[in-house]
Design a protein around this ligand. Structure first.
Ligand code: DGY
Length: 330
């Protein structure tokens, strides 16, 4: 209760978050903050306990927000704000049923994710990790004409799976490398953004057959779950590179593994896997032609602060009953 006798809304923050986000929450003086004060995720049982009676939930992509959590929170819960652009960890249907609003963090991470996507593409296609490892461990004999050859972007065809904000930003960054043609596949045709690149709309099969590089930038939805499967990989060129910075669930990992082992495709770069973390004994880690990163695409200091701040502002707007800066329409 505050000095005017009004009940102060309670919020729960599921992790230590970047300072800009915490500052905004504290300075608002709008709510009583409880937090899982750790770098590691809150245990599920603790989350279920802590959400009881809260008005706002500030969460990360590691928390599954489903009927169980929402029931544990009870009817007081008005707003969920996730510090991520992806919201596949949240049941929209269950939120909608209960009239709970949802904030998320698009735009602020687009550049950082696109930049890392380019880095990962180059690391996989030019065999950077493999080569660096050789140099360090005595595998660098002498200069050899055919040693450590990869595939370049010049005169290539790049296929973008999911031409949203990030897909466009990736294409924009790859263009100066001399890419000859951009293709894209999306749930809906996106003529205006496509023209600006320009990129041609094709089917998934055409994307597989024609691309030298396939870059996955779509959201994980029931429609995109497992969309990168045996059928896609078997149609790809054996010189093609596959890159995923969206969500692991978009890819059938067993099919990808087979494609990499059998030389159906040349290499892959993954920033996202299923599950996360990917167990260290996972077969993908044994492959020279697969670069696996631990979900770091948005990991720049300023981007993570911007995400934390946006998620905080979304949460506060939701508590005030005002329009959020970035809200998922339910
Ligand atoms: C997101 O925001 O959804 C990314 O996966 C992490 O930045």
């Amino acid at each position: 209760t505050n000095t005017t006798g009004k009940q102060v809304p309670r919020i729960y923050v599921t992790r230590q978050i970047p300072p800009d986000g915490m500052k905004i929450l504290h300075q608002s003086r709008l709510c009583h903050i409880e937090q899982w004060d750790s770098e590691d995720p809150v245990p599920r049982s603790e989350l279920l306990k802590k959400v009881a009676g809260i008005q706002g939930l500030y969460c990360l992509l590691t928390e599954k927000i489903d009927a169980e959590v929402l029931d544990a929170a009870g009817p007081s819960l008005k707003v969920v704000s996730t510090m991520s652009v992806g919201y596949d960890h949240i049941s929209l249907q269950e939120l909608k049923k209960r009239g709970i609003r949802l904030g998320y963090t698009p735009d602020v991470l687009t550049e950082a994710v696109a930049e890392l996507t380019v880095a990962l593409l180059l690391a996989a296609s030019r065999r950077l990790l493999e080569a660096a490892e050789k140099a360090k461990t005595g595998g660098w004999g002498t200069w050899k004409p055919l040693w450590m050859c990869g595939h370049g972007l010049t005169d290539s065809t790049v296929g973008i799976l999911g031409l949203g904000r990030i897909g466009v930003a990736v294409a924009t960054r790859l263009k100066p490398f001399g890419v000859k043609r951009f293709l894209y596949t999306d749930m809906s045709a996106r003529p205006e953004v496509a023209t600006s690149i320009p990129a041609d709309s094709v089917t998934v099969d055409e994307l597989a057959r024609l691309s030298d590089f396939i870059v996955v930038c779509c959201a994980l939805t029931p429609e995109t779950q497992g969309i990168c499967n045996k059928s896609l990989f078997s149609q790809m060129k054996d010189t093609a590179i596959f890159v995923n910075t969206s969500r692991g669930g978009v890819v059938n990992q067993d099919d990808l593994y087979q494609a990499l082992v059998n030389g159906q495709i040349a290499a892959a770069g993954l920033d996202v896997t299923e599950p996360e973390p990917l167990p260290t004994d996972h077969p993908l880690f044994k492959l020279k032609n697969c670069v696996v990163l631990p979900h770091i695409a948005s990991a720049t200091v300023s981007t993570r602060n911007a995400m934390a701040a946006l998620a905080a502002n979304n949460l506060l707007a939701g508590l005030r009953g005002e329009a959020m800066e970035k809200e998922v329409p339910l």
